[in-house]
Design a protein around this ligand. Sequence first.
Ligand SMILES: [Zn+2]
Length: 135
Amino acid sequence: MKNKSMKTYPIQKTEEEWLEQLGPEKYHVLRKKGTERPFTGEYNLHFEDGKYNCGACDAPLFQGDSKFESGCGWPSFDQSIDGAIEYVRDKTLGMIRTEILCANCGSHIGHVFDDGPTETGQRYCVNSVSVAFEK
Ligand SMILES: [Zn+2]
């Protein structure tokens, strides 16, 4: 039987170690697939040159120049850094969505939709607490 939680990532930690490292708020989003409330995140309206790394393991996920203002209330990107993201079909909440995970540690980053307004057509909808900006 296939169990995707059996997948191994380069970064391996126990749930107790993640909770200790991240604290309860980040842990809830990154490890328990939570969603921060819209329009509340630190990076929702943050536009600077730099990159956005995984909030759990610091792997680079998005370049600052792929970020755009989507109006949806969460940081949005029109593409990810090659190979940085794992895509998983998510059928929770009665919808079929594509969940995005950090390919390095398996942490939950957000979802990606194919209704983006830029030429990539992609809208990576990301929790601010799932990423850490670096200049
Ligand atoms: Zn990660």
